[in-house]
Ligand binder design. Structure first.
Ligand code: ATP
Ligand code: PRP
Ligand code: MG
Length: 217
């Protein structure tokens, strides 16, 4: 039998995937809190438990045959080198622009700025942000952060943020408001292009099993 390696995004996506994998009889058979390479209950499937941002890299280079990763991470990484055959519809959120409520930046999307400097945008997604504003003909100063973006406009580090929003509770708790949605986000299955050819039957079967769960959800 062909063996497959699946790169799983640690954190929310892993949590959301576990019940799905369990229903398919594919749950990890090992300590997912410590082990980085974990067998599944199916001897032909192994998991790599890695940081979400590393999943596209592992799959692109063939260190994993397939992966499960957020659309946000894929858009930032650039997904051209990967197949993206399935939307799992889990870990759903949106990527949005947010500002301090009532600040000069709290205004309708696209309102021209009267600032004499570039608007400063704090984000974990510099590429998506650059593309989004460039498409609108705006050049912004991007401040790359690795988490807790909501803090940046509160302490004057940035004028606005580009970050994920789900319930909106984090924005609200920090006195921020969402002014514009850039895109909707959910978790996707991505597949290495060479694996899709060389391990076609095994991948087709696994994708079909994941698809039945989606249909049943
Ligand atoms: P790290 O910074 O350690 O790499 P992370 O912050 O990217 O981790 P998570 O917060 O678990 O890890 O998010 C993983 C993915 O889950 C994101 O890429 C996104 O697709 C989705 N996600 C993030 N935040 C939310 C949220 N609040 N609600 C639903 N899905 C979310
Ligand atoms: C994510 C995101 C927001 C929050 C949005 O942060 O970056 O801060 O969730 O969710 P909400 O709209 O339901 O409040 P996370 O908890 O992953 O922290 P991080 O910044 O360390 O990634
Ligand atoms: Mg997070």
């Amino acid at each position: 039998m062909t063996s497959l390696t699946l790169a799983l995004s640690k954190g929310r996506i892993l949590e959301d995937c576990l019940p799905m994998l369990d229903r398919l009889g594919l749950a990890p058979a090992g300590d997912i809190d410590r082990l980085l390479r974990v067998p599944s209950r199916d001897p032909n499937l192994h998991f790599l438990i890695i940081r979400p941002t590393d999943v596209p890299t592992y799959v692109e280079h063939g260190a994993a045959d397939l992966g499960i990763v957020g659309k946000d991470v894929l858009m930032e990484h650039g997904g051209e080198a990967l197949y993206e055959p399935m939307d799992l519809d889990i870990a759903k959120c949106r990527l949005s622009i947010a500002v301090v409520k009532g600040s000069p930046f709290d205004r309708p999307p696209g309102t021209p700025t009267t600032l004499r400097r570039r608007v400063r945008v704090a984000t974990k997604y510099p590429e998506i942000t650059r593309r989004f504003f460039a498409a609108r003909g705006e050049q912004v100063e991007i401040i790359k952060l690795y988490g807790s973006m909501e803090l940046a406009p509160l302490v004057g580090l940035a004028d606005l943020i580009v970050d994920l929003v789900a319930t909106g509770n984090t924005l609200k708790a920090n006195g921020l408001v969402e002014t514009e949605i850039i895109c909707q986000v959910s978790s996707r299955v991505v597949v290495n292009k060479a694996s899709m050819k060389m391990k076609h039957a095994a991948l087709r079967d696994l994708l079909a099993r994941l698809q039945t769960l989606r249909a049943a959800a």
